[in-house]
Design a protein around this ligand. Structure first.
Ligand code: ADP
Ligand code: MG
Length: 237
């Protein structure tokens, strides 16, 4: 596993691979769209956290990521930003349907990351929906789910749509995010996750973030990631 040095030479990432953005310390040094930069201006910080600094140069190049960093290290922005940029660069629009699925272990965490997504993405025109269990309006959801560009969901609810929603369509999926993957597996969603991943188009970018790298996270990574960058950030001692 890797600990990113305080400063890496421009262009060379801690693992020796190349990205033109690897020297960046601040969000403003990344090649982001104006809409994303304006969305980030709403947050009070400008410097990236370690996991953001180590992963964004890769994820913005379109690579798959297996990122491990402890709770509170800023993993949400490490995937929200590349999701917005990927869809923006693809000129994703209302007619294009589901371009990104973000999976979260619990309703609460899904709700929190949905708020981060809305805030960072507020100058983009993408539609996003929170699909979580316990909501009564599943029929309305079924009518509208194909019109959404970004789905933030718990695995159970997404699988319900895949099974029950007529014409549920995600064949154009660009990005899959597995957030807090260790907890998704802890709360017993392994079967659902495998069923979902087997139904998704294989040509996509996948970003997998986790607080810990357990055996089952490694198994999930093998199943879902293609030639990923392994990024593990530890506390400095
Ligand atoms: P994790 O998913 O790793 O547990 P979060 O994405 O929830 O962490 O972020 C934890 C906290 O850090 C949040 O309050 C978030 O607003 C804040 N945060 C995110 N990025 C930065 C940053 N670059 N600088 C300072 N604080 C940040
Ligand atoms: Mg998180």
């Amino acid at each position: 596993s890797l600990t990113p040095p305080k400063k890496s030479p421009i262009g060379i990432l801690p693992d020796g691979s190349y990205s033109p953005y690897s020297g960046a310390e601040k969000f403003s040094q990344l090649p982001l769209s104006k809409k994303t930069k304006d969305g980030l201006a709403g947050a009070s910080y400008s410097k990236m956290t370690d996991i953001q600094r180590a992963s964004l140069p890769h994820s913005l190049c379109g690579r798959d990521i297996l990122g491990a960093a402890k709770t509170g290290s800023g993993k949400t922005m490490a995937f929200v930003i590349p999701v917005l940029e990927k869809l923006y660069r693809a000129r994703w629009g209302p007619e294009d349907g589901v371009g990104c699925i973000i999976m979260s272990p619990t309703r609460e965490l899904a709700g929190q990351l949905f708020e981060v997504l809305k805030s960072a993405g507020k100058y983009h025109g993408f539609s996003a929906g929170l699909l979580i269990g316990g909501r009564k309006d599943v029929d309305t959801e079924k009518e509208r789910v194909n019109e959404l560009n970004i789905l933030v969901c718990t695995p159970g609810r997404l699988l319900q749509h895949m099974d029950e929603t007529p014409n549920f369509e995600c064949s154009q999926l660009q990005v899959l995010v597995l957030d807090e993957a260790d907890r998704i597996l802890d709360v017993g969603f392994k079967k659902e996750l495998n069923a979902i991943i087997s139904q998704l188009p294989k040509h996509r970018q996948t970003l997998l973030f986790s607080a810990t790298q357990t055996k089952s996270v490694q198994d999930l990574a093998r199943l879902s990631l293609k030639d990923p960058e392994y990024i593990s950030v530890h506390e400095e001692s």
